[in-house]
Write a protein of this length. Structure first.
Lengths: 395, 635
């Protein structure tokens, strides 16, 4: 076959060009550590890498969100624990004040100490985070949670709390409102309260009762009125009879999904009341204790009853703070577990990205030396063949 | 004896000529487009003698090129194919590289913006975090603008190259026509082929085929006719026609290609193929314009989604959220050939129906017809085209006024101009509407355990504002009343399921009882810690709201990257394949037409020896003559 001199030159140069281009590409991959330089290298892989980067970035953000929420929740947890301690001190003072040997002046001293506890509690409720946002104001971050006028404390925050996203699917509350922690403390059993008629003459007393079927419970004020022989009727606030029956000592009265236990013997016309549970504010509880202890004219019995009620309410408040605190703890656990998962996922995804886009150094170096060898061979053979010419032999 | 002398002299002359040709071949061994020349020897007519015919030497009949029209044609067409794909790949690779960076690409920037909104959600009252989100919004808009700017630069580069290619084609065409004239004249006057002129002409046609695919036809007078496209004559004999680049009637920034004949210009843009010109035209229509459009679709999506979320919220100052982004409007251009008085106004409507295609609205037979230019399909429009009932199709609304003649038309590019006009229109970070526009509060006298979980505006255009009351008429039945006491919605309550009315959504949990009520009204400006709407914005940004609800913003961006990647990859593969084809076709041509120095060396030796032999014969003839003279003198 006839080959023109130009063909030989062109082909040799083209081959060396190609080899140099391949070498340069391998060299770029080695120096950048990336085998995906642009989407055209592997469009599917490039899109996957972009998507994985987005997922990692979002996941990193969720970890940051979790850290922010953790900081807030830990402050809240501390505040709840401080509030519980303050209430325990107040409880101890109230128990001391119940001693029959105390003088009115001594009770006045205790009242002053309780006043201090009330102030402490308000300042705990109005704690702020590092950004100056009130911990217990809900979404009204810039408004103090509690306002004090005399000894009356009202909640001034909002009724909702903000959420924080701790994973792709999970949003949790980053706080609790002051209302749920300090104000809306359920009285009685949380659904209803029971009380004994003021004019009762019998020996019967009523227990706090339980809810047997919450879907049947219709909130209303019900009156249990006894007749002779333990017969009773239950009427609602409209005077309509809800149920009736006969009581035996130690028995109970059931209606509308609730059950209230009684003990002792009621006389005819004795009444007992079942009312929907109200909410008590821990500030109001302390305030009424202070008022009681500061009033010199009260009888011993009145003082004992009111302190008894106060202690009950303090216990309910402590229990409520415990519930809120438990919920905070559960949220902190959720954050920790979401963050752990996020970090594991990030490591896995980084691995995938690296598989897709990072260069395999062993393979690349091998390829580089193969290409180097090929280029050297092309150059050497060109240099040697190009010297061949018939003209060299014509002298 | 005189025969011997003249025969030898004819040999001397012929071999001298042959050596001339050989030396010319050697001298032009590296000249591009040179076809090696052969000397064609012919015996001179023999003289008759009684003892038979005696030869009378040699003559050089002609000097011809080693040339094969088929091989030359193959080399040319493969050259057109190669430069077509090579140009396409080079331009597409620029766009590919621009979009490919996975750490600074669109998806990464969008995610940074989403992350900054999450940080706003973490502390909505913090102006520092709002400032970061505000800056992220600006840098996202800026990045999209930068991309668009780069695409515009690439586009104007393409337009300039198209114009200069047209100029080169015109120069080449007129040179070819000129050479045609000289060649036919030379052939007619001498009967011999003017090899150098023909090489020059081939070389020019080769250059032409790098610019555009050409067809050639050799004529009997030696001239070569050249046509482009689907047979548009560029060179006929010694005359050439001129190509011209003129602004597209529908898009002034793009050039169409016309052929000028008899003072009329015919648009042959769609018929041009191959060569770098063909490559530029395809890269423009298949890569550049679609990229600008899809980037625009992303920009429109971003602005629409964020602005709608803003409108559903309350900013840090307590005001209703204002639009955060503004995107450029729909580009609609009347054809420069319109005769009627019509004008159109086009606006964007449904984000989900919006496409990244270009459209053409044309008056055909008294009716407006909309065609998707990208797919070539007709698109059905609803409405009458009036302000009260605009034409609606593909996420755009068109209002036509004035009267149009048949054939009048408009180019409509719904998304092409969106990115260029993209900007952040909020003026202060406090205007980011992180809080919900509404709040719900349980009435103080509620006896059940129902509590508000969240309240938000889901459709700001439906939400009338004002105060409403959700009132329970049973433990699981509710009605929603407006401030005048009229019922606007009723429904069955399920804990945790949203209660939706008038574009608002309120979620309650727990067990409300009959008579419980919840007041729904404007959010309190003091709720600076409310982040409900920041989350709504984050959710909306990742929701599949584009392309008929099948793609999210990230999906559109990923799709763009992969589409350009695949196109570039294919173009590079085609370019590389065409390069091999072109190389082997060129080799085949060169192997026939190119000079081989060893061969020329051998021929040189051959002719030199023959020349020396002829000279020797002359000496012999001289010796013979001397012998004869000496014999006569001695005798």
């Amino acid at each position: 076959m006839r080959i023109s001199t130009v063909t030989f030159q062109n082909d040799s140069v083209n081959r060396m060009d190609d080899l140099q281009a391949a070498l340069s590409k391998t060299q770029t991959q080695l120096s950048t550590g990336k085998k995906l330089q642009s989407a055209s290298d592997d469009p599917a892989a490039m899109v996957q890498v972009n998507q994985l980067n987005v997922t990692i970035s979002a996941s990193t953000q969720y970890v940051t969100n979790g850290n922010a929420a953790t900081a807030n929740l830990q402050l809240e947890e501390q505040a709840l624990s401080d509030a519980t301690n303050t209430l325990q001190s107040a409880r101890t003072l109230a128990v001391q004040a119940n001693s029959p040997t105390l003088s009115a002046a001594q009770r006045q001293d205790i009242a002053q100490q309780l006043q201090q506890q009330l102030q402490d509690l308000i300042s705990i409720g109005n704690r702020q985070d590092s950004n100056g946002n009130y911990l217990f104001s809900g979404t009204a971050a810039g408004t103090a949670a509690f306002a004090q006028s005399g000894n009356t404390v009202t909640y001034t925050g909002s009724s909702s709390v903000s959420q924080v996203q701790i994973s792709g699917q999970q949003r949790i509350s980053s706080g609790d409102t002051g209302a749920s922690a300090f104000i809306n403390i359920p009285a009685g059993n949380g659904t209803f309260t029971t009380s004994v008629g003021a004019a009762n003459s019998g020996t019967a007393s009523i227990g706090p009762g339980t809810v047997t079927n919450s879907s049947q419970w219709l909130p209303d004020t019900y009156t249990i009125t006894f007749g002779t022989g333990g017969q009773y009727t239950v009427t609602n606030s409209g005077g309509t009879t809800v149920t009736s029956g006969t009581y035996t000592d130690g028995g109970s009265v059931s209606f509308n999904g609730i059950q209230v236990p009684l003990s002792g013997t009621p006389n005819a016309t004795d009444t007992f009341t079942v009312s929907p549970a109200g909410k008590s504010s821990v500030f109001a509880t302390l305030n009424s204790l202070i008022t009681t202890l500061s009033s010199p004219g009260l009888s011993r019995a009145q003082i004992a009853t009111q302190i008894g009620t106060g202690l009950e309410q303090i216990d309910a408040a402590v229990s409520n703070l415990g519930n809120v605190s438990a919920s905070v703890g559960a949220r902190l656990n959720s954050i920790t577990s979401a963050q752990t998962t996020a970090k594991t996922v990030q490591t896995t995804l980084q691995g995938q990205i690296s598989n897709l886009s990072n260069v395999d150094y062993t393979a690349a170096v091998t390829q580089l030396s193969t290409e180097e060898l090929a280029l050297q061979a092309a150059q050497a053979s060109y240099a040697s063949i190009a010297k061949l010419s018939l003209f060299n032999y014509l002298h | 004896m005189s025969d011997l002398l003249s025969t030898s002299v004819s040999g001397l002359l012929a071999f001298q000529r042959a050596l001339d040709v050989t030396s010319n071949n050697v001298a032009n061994a590296a000249t591009p487009g040179y076809s090696r020349q052969n000397v064609n020897f012919a015996e001179r007519q023999a003289q008759s003698s009684p003892s038979g015919y005696v030869g009378s030497g040699v003559s050089v009949e002609s000097v011809t090129r080693s040339y094969d029209e088929l091989l030359a044609g193959q080399a040319r067409s493969s050259q057109s194919g190669y430069s077509n794909w090579n140009t396409f790949a080079a331009q597409a690779a620029q766009i590919d590289n621009m979009l490919s960076d996975s750490t600074t690409g669109i998806t990464a920037s969008l995610q940074s913006f989403v992350n900054s909104l999450q940080n706003v959600a973490n502390s909505p009252a913090s102006t520092a975090q709002r400032q970061v989100a505000f800056s992220q919004a600006q840098s996202l808009a800026q990045q999209l603008q930068n991309y668009n700017q780069q695409l515009t630069t690439i586009g104007s580069g393409i337009e300039q190259t198209i114009s200069s290619n047209i100029g080169q084609i015109n120069t080449l065409a007129s040179s070819i026509a000129n050479l045609n004239g000289q060649i036919s004249q030379g052939l007619a006057s001498t009967g011999q082929t003017p090899n150098d002129l023909m090489d020059q002409r081939d070389s020019l046609i080769d250059q032409l085929s790098q610019l555009v695919t050409v067809n050639t036809a050799t004529q009997s007078d030696g001239s070569m006719n050249v046509s482009i496209g689907t047979g548009q004559a560029l060179v006929t004999g010694n005359a050439s026609t001129r190509l011209t680049a003129f602004s597209s009637p529908y898009n002034a920034s793009e050039h169409n290609i016309g052929i000028v004949s008899g003072g009329n210009t015919t648009d042959i843009t769609s018929q041009i193929s191959g060569g770098s010109l063909g490559g530029l035209l395809t890269v423009r229509s298949q890569v550049l314009d679609p990229t600008v459009n899809q980037l625009g679709q992303f920009s429109v999506g971003l602005a629409t989604i964020v602005n709608q979320a803003q409108a559903s919220g309350m900013d840090l100052t307590g005001a209703t959220g204002q639009p955060m982004f503004a995107a450029g409007g729909v580009l609609s251009t009347p054809a420069s050939t319109n005769m009627g008085s019509s004008t159109i106004a086009v606006t964007r409507g449904s984000l989900s129906a919006l496409t990244a295609d270009d459209y053409q609205l044309k008056m055909v037979g008294g009716t407006w017809k909309l065609t998707d230019v990208t797919t070539g399909q007709n698109v059905t429009m609803t409405g009458a085209g009036t302000a009260g009932s605009p034409f609606v199709a593909a996420g755009i609304s068109i209002v036509v006024s004035g009267t149009a003649n048949n054939g009048d038309g408009y180019s409509i590019r719904p998304t092409a101009g969106a990115t260029a006009g993209l900007s952040v229109v909020l003026t202060s970070p406090t205007q980011i509407a992180a809080a919900s526009a509404i709040q719900s509060v349980a009435s103080a006298g509620n006896l059940g355990t129902g509590a508000v979980s969240s309240s938000s505006v889901t459709n700001p255009t439906q939400w009338p504002g004002g105060n409403f009351t959700i009132s329970f008429t049973g433990s699981n039945a509710y009605k929603v009343l407006d401030s005048g006491g009229a019922t606007v919605a009723t429904g069955t309550y399920t804990s945790g399921s949203p209660i939706a009315f008038l574009g608002a959504s309120v979620t309650l949990t727990g067990s409300p009882v009959t008579g419980d009520s919840f007041a729904v009204g404007p959010n309190n400006p003091s709720n600076t810690g409310d982040n409900t709407n920041a989350f709504a914005m984050v959710d909306a940004l990742s929701a599949s709201t584009l392309n008929g609800g099948t793609a999210s913003l990230t999906g559109v961006a990923n799709n763009l990257v992969s589409q350009i990647g695949v196109t570039t990859q294919q173009a590079q593969a085609n370019a590389s394949a065409q390069q091999s084809v072109n190389q082997s076709a060129t080799d085949a041509r060169n192997n026939l037409s190119g000079v081989n120095l060893d061969e020329e060396a051998a021929k040189m030796v051959q002719y030199q020896q023959a020349y020396q032999a002829c000279a020797q014969m002359i000496q012999v003839s001289g010796t013979m003559f001397n012998s004869l003279i000496t014999a006569i003198q001695n005798g």
